[in-house]
Each structure stands twice: as structure tokens, then as C-alpha cells.
Design a protein around this ligand. Structure first.
Ligand SMILES: CC(=O)N[C@H]1[C@@H](OP(=O)(O)OP(=O)(O)OC[C@H]2O[C@@H](n3ccc(=O)[nH]c3=O)[C@H](O)[C@@H]2O)O[C@H](CO)[C@@H](O)[C@@H]1O[C@H](C)C(=O)N[C@@H](C)C(=O)N[C@H](CCC(=O)O)C(=O)O
Ligand SMILES: Nc1ncnc2c1ncn2[C@@H]1O[C@H](COP(=O)(O)OP(=O)(O)OP(=O)(O)O)[C@@H](O)[C@H]1O
Ligand SMILES: N[C@H](CCC[C@H](N)C(=O)O)C(=O)O
Ligand SMILES: [Mg+2]
Length: 495
């Protein structure tokens, strides 16, 4: 592909040097550049890609995309915004893969992973070939790959994966779409057949600053639907919105897609759950839809999982699948990894590992458990470093309100002092009168889990929240092996 072909896609651009130079690859990270690559210079928070220009030319880069003339020894495409250019170039370079498969994007503060898994199970049970892009892993064909990003990939990686999915014969790609991914244009070059909205509650205020801006980022999934990256000839697109969440009205106003709503409280929703019953083995409810009614049986627990199921059911109905066979598929889905996952090493109390890392997630996990806990509830949790600080005391308060004993510990402190994060959490516990004897602070997560397991008695429940499926603890840029499930199992055996 020639550099000038890419220049023609961008509204404001000019080439310094020879536009007919051949490009054989595209990179945004100097450490990955190979001879023949086009290197896109991105000015970020930690680094400015423009400073790597000379280095990548030394590695054989054929050309650059930059926001200024770098007087480089290779042809340079100069654009106003390299991040925007990257999304356009990535889609073109990989041949617009989202035009060749149906991409279903799931956005929202909580429930994205769970909803994509439920929908993936339904679609594959109905004979479709599915691909997954989420924060547990990326599935292409029958292969599972680790997701090296925290969630939604940068545009180049995202388009490369979509192309691989097309090559593997994929019918549907189920993609978790984060607010960072939307705001930073990582999915700008992607057309969505369906967008599903789960909910909007507090998180990521470090990045978005206000809930209004956080909501505006989420809205991009719906307002951009029907773009040139989706070439579905019959133009069938769906916005599947949670009628019980106030943000949905805003998203409905901004989308050209056909809106279908789901909910529990709003009786005007197109797809509803009624007569919800928590059973020992899961959850049962009646699902009332525009295609009839069916009894649903989930192995997942909690009212929040009814919402996740409703989102998946609605999207599946939009694809024309029969309600009864959707119900059959859902009844077979076992728990999603790291979500309310039971650690069973024969102990006389329940140990659950859950990925709740937001106030709403934690409250949902705790309130669900409190419905069936017979004995005391012991909660072990921490808050991520370099992330929203304002959620810390709120999570502290919630943990104290629902639990009999709280152990505050570390959860990926990243570049922050673990003790400082814990200090931010404690005022929330104090606020609701949690006294010295009701909580303790144990910086080392392993010791915290061991303590919780040691103090649990028959009938008690230990909730280890925040890390779910994660297999590491990130401290000062280093990911140390750490898996709550394995640590809890060892602690139980060592009791
Ligand atoms: C806020 C954010 O999204 N930051 C991401 C972003 O950082 P940045 O734009 O500031 O870039 P930078 O690290 O300063 O680097 C600038 C440029 O120099 C390049 N570079 C850098 C170093 C080098 O040696 N050579 C080189 O070429 C980089 O590749 C990049 O092109 O681009 C980097 C490179 O891709 C990412 O690593 C980084 O994500 C960091 C790890 C991050 O923590 N992201 C989180 C906040 C995030 O995106 N989370 C959401 C999850 C939300 C949820 O699920 O709830 C997500 O979607 O993952
Ligand atoms: N619909 C929901 N509403 C509120 N809380 C939920 C919901 N679904 C799941 N949770 C809680 O949030 C946690 C994370 O769920 P899940 O992994 O499905 O969300 P996610 O949106 O993918 O999260 P992330 O942003 O980290 O990718 C769960 O472990 C559970 O405690
Ligand atoms: N996608 C979320 C995951 C948080 C998981 C939690 N264990 C933490 O590290 O804070 C984030 O990147 O903010
Ligand atoms: Mg997720």
C-alpha cells in the first residue's frame, strides 16, 4: 500500500517527501517497528511518539505520520490529529473488517464481560461462529489469546484482530467497548451492528472528570452507529438500552439505530423480567418480550445478572433467534470466570471471588450475598492505583455497611503507595460507624486473604472482591503472579 493512498483518506493532510513509498505494516509503538512499517507518532501522557522518529527510521521505518514536519529522512504524512488518523488508517490497512462480520459492542460501567459471554453462548449454541474481545481474553476462531490491553485495544490492534476474525470465518464479534476506547477513538474505524448499554454508575472519574463527560463518552457508541465502517446492505442496526438507567434516553436520542429497551422496573420496556426468584442454584424469572414469554433459569446469581441476561436476550431477539431456544442456551451457561466464582477446597464456609471494582459492582455483589449468607460476611477488597480516587471511600462505606468484618488490602496499586490508597478508603468505613474491631488494614493481599480464611467459621461467607479473573498484582509497573482463587485455595488448605 502506498503512503499517498492513506493520505487521500484524511481530510487535512500533506505529504513531505515521496508519496508513492510502499508501506508493509503500521505501528504506533517504536518497540514493534520493523523494516517497511509506517510509524504513527502519538503524543501521549507519558511519551511523545514524535520523539521516537529517528529511532524508528534507524529500525527501517519506511514513512511517518506526524502532527508536524520532523525534517525526517523518510516521507512524512502530516495530519492535524495523529490519533484520529490512526483509526482511519488502521481500518483501511486491514481492509475494513467490520464490514465483513457483525460486530456487537457492549458498553456500560459494569456487566460488559458478563453480557458478552451470555450472548456469545447464545449465538454459538445457534450455530454461529463467534469471536470475543474482552478483558478476560480475545477469542479468534477456536483460539483464546490473552488481552494485553486493560480492555479495549488501540485501533491498530483492534482492526488487526477483527481482520483475523474475518479470516477465521467469524459471523459475530462480541466486543467490550470501554469509555476510554470510545473517547480515544480506538473503535472509531469500526462499524457496529448492535450496541448494548448495561448501566452507568461511578467509575473512571480520574479520566473523565465528571459523570456527564463519562456519559458523553459512552454515548459515542450509539451516536456513531451507521457510519461508513459498517456496510450492512440491509442497514439493520440496533441500540439495546437499559430502560431502568436514566442515561438510556440520551443514547436513544443520539442514535440512528432501531432502539429496543429492556428492564425490570420500567414496565414499558420491550423486554422485561417479572417474578424474579433467587434459587439456591441461581435465578429464575419470567421474560416478557415482543416475541412472547418464556421462563428463564440462570445459574448466575443476583438481580444484576438478570439485567445482563436481559441485554443478551434482547440482542439475540434482534437477530431473529427464537425466545425458547435462547432460554435453553442461557440455562446452560455456567458462571463467568472470576464473577461470583466459588472457591471450594472442602471448607465449611463459602469463599467467593468476584470482579467487583466499582461502588455499584461491590454493592451488587454484597447485597446479593447478604440474601443467602447464613453466618457472618467477611469482605476483603482494595482499590486500584492510578484510577478514580473518589470511589475509594464510597467502596469503604459499602463494604462496612454490608459486612460483619472488612479487611482492606491492595488491588493493583500500580504507581501509587499501597498505604496511601488504603488511607483513602478508611474514611468511608468510619463514616458509617465501623469501629476498630470491625475492620483491619492488611497491605499484603495474600496475608489479607489468609486472615479472612483463618477467621471464617461454619456458614460464613468470605467475599474477595476486585480482581476476579486477574492473575497478577501490578506494583510499580511490574505484574507479579497473583490469583485470588489460588491464594484462597492455598489458604484454606493451610488452615
Ligand atoms: C489513558 C490511556 O488510555 N492511556 C493509554 C495510552 O497512553 P497515552 O496515549 O498517554 O500514551 P503514552 O504511553 O504516553 O505513549 C505515547 C505514544 O508513544 C509510544 N511509545 C511509547 C514508549 C516507547 O518506548 N515507544 C513508543 O513508541 C506509544 O506506543 C504511544 O503511541 O496509550 C498507551 C499505549 O497504547 C496505553 O498503554 C495507555 O493505557 C494505559 C495502560 C491505561 O492504563 N489505560 C487504561 C486507563 C484504559 O484504557 N482502561 C480502559 C478500561 C476501562 C474499563 O474497562 O472499565 C480500557 O479500555 O482498557
Ligand atoms: N449489570 C451489572 N450491574 C451492576 N454490577 C454488575 C453487573 N454485572 C456485573 N456486576 C458486578 O461488576 C463486576 C464486573 O462485572 P463484569 O466483568 O461483567 O463488568 P465489566 O463491565 O466487564 O467490567 P470492566 O469494566 O472491568 O471490564 C462483577 O463481578 C459484579 O460484581
Ligand atoms: N478495567 C478496569 C479494571 C479494574 C480492575 C481492578 N482490579 C483494578 O486494577 O483497579 C480498569 O482498568 O480500571
Ligand atoms: Mg469487562
Amino acid at each position: 500500500m502506498q503512503l499517498k493512498e492513506l493520505a487521500s483518506l484524511l481530510p487535512v493532510s500533506r505529504i513531505v517527501g515521496e508519496g508513492s513509498i510502499e508501506i508493509t505494516g503500521v505501528q504506533m509503538d517504536s518497540r514493534k517497528v520493523k523494516p517497511g512499517d509506517l510509524f504513527i507518532c502519538i503524543a501521549g501522557a507519558a511519551f511523545d511518539g514524535h520523539h521516537f522518529a529517528e529511532r524508528v527510521i534507524g529500525q527501517g521505518a519506511a514513512a511517518l505520520v506526524a502532527e508536524r514536519d520532523l525534517q525526517a529522512a523518510v516521507p512524512t504524512l502530516i495530519v492535524k490529529d495523529t490519533r484520529y488518523a490512526m483509526a482511519v488508517i488502521a481500518a483501511h490497512f486491514y481492509g475494513y473488517p467490520s464490514r465483513e462480520l457483525k460486530v456487537i459492542g457492549v458498553t456500560g460501567t459494569n456487566g460488559k464481560t458478563t453480557t458478552t459471554y451470555l450472548l456469545e453462548s447464545i449465538l454459538s449454541d445457534h450455530g454461529f461462529r463467534t469471536g470475543l474481545m474482552g478483558n478476560i481474553h480475545v477469542k479468534i476462531g477456536t483460539q483464546f489469546h490473552p488481552n494485553h490491553a486493560t480492555n479495549t485495544q488501540e485501533a491498530l490492534e483492534l482492526q488487526r484482530i477483527l481482520r483475523e476474525m474475518v479470516n477465521a470465518g467469524t459471523d459475530y464479534c462480541l466486543m467490550e467497548v470501554s469509555s476510554h476506547g470510545l473517547e480515544r477513538g480506538r473503535v472509531k474505524g469500526c462499524g457496529f451492528r448492535t450496541g448494548i448499554f448495561t448501566n452507568l454508575t461511578q467509575d473512571h472519574l480520574d479520566y473523565h472528570k465528571t459523570m456527564e463527560r463519562y456519559q458523553a463518552a459512552k454515548a459515542l457508541l450509539f451516536s456513531r452507529m451507521g457510519n461508513e465502517y459498517d456496510a450492512d446492505p440491509d442497514r439493520r442496526r440496533f441500540a439495546v438500552l437499559n430502560a431502568d438507567d436514566a442515561a438510556s434516553g440520551d443514547f436513544a436520542d443520539q442514535t440512528s439505530a432501531h432502539v429496543i429497551t429492556y428492564g425490570i422496573d420500567d414496565t414499558s420496556a420491550d423486554v422485561r423480567a417479572e417474578d424474579i426468584e433467587m434459587t439456591s442454584g441461581g435465578t429464575r424469572f419470567r421474560c416478557v418480550t415482543f416475541r412472547g414469554t418464556a421462563e428463564m433459569q440462570l445459574r448466575l446469581v443476583g438481580r444484576f445478572n438478570v439485567y445482563n441476561a436481559l441485554g443478551a436476550i434482547t440482542a439475540a431477539l434482534a437477530e431473529g433467534l427464537p425466545l425458547d431456544s435462547i432460554a435453553e442456551s442461557l440455562s446452560r451457561v455456567r458462571s463467568v470466570e472470576g464473577r461470583m466464582e466459588i472457591v471450594d477446597a472442602g471448607q465449611p464456609f463459602l469463599v467467593l471471588v468476584d470482579y467487583a471494582h466499582t461502588p455499584d459492582g461491590l454493592e451488587n455483589a454484597l447485597s446479593t450475598i447478604s440474601q443467602f449468607a447464613e453466618g457472618n460476611m467477611i469482605c476483603v477488597f482494595g482499590c486500584g492505583g492510578d484510577r478514580d480516587r473518589t470511589k475509594r471511600p464510597v467502596m469503604g462505606r459499602l463494604a462496612a455497611e454490608y459486612s460483619d468484618y472488612v479487611i482492606v488490602t491492595s488491588d493493583n496499586p500500580r504507581t501509587e503507595e499501597p498505604e496511601a490508597i488504603i488511607r483513602d478508603i478508611v474514611p468511608g468505613l468510619i463514616e458509617v460507624g465501623c469501629e476498630q474491631g470491625g475492620y483491619e488494614l492488611i497491605v499484603d493481599r495474600r496475608q489479607a486473604i489468609e486472615k479472612a480464611v483463618a477467621m471464617a467459621g461454619p456458614g460464613d461467607v468470605v467475599l474477595i472482591a476486585g480482581k476476579g479473573h486477574e492473575t497478577y498484582q501490578e506494583i510499580m509497573g511490574i505484574k507479579h503472579d497473583f490469583d485470588d482463587r489460588r491464594v484462597a485455595e492455598d489458604a484454606i488448605r493451610g488452615r
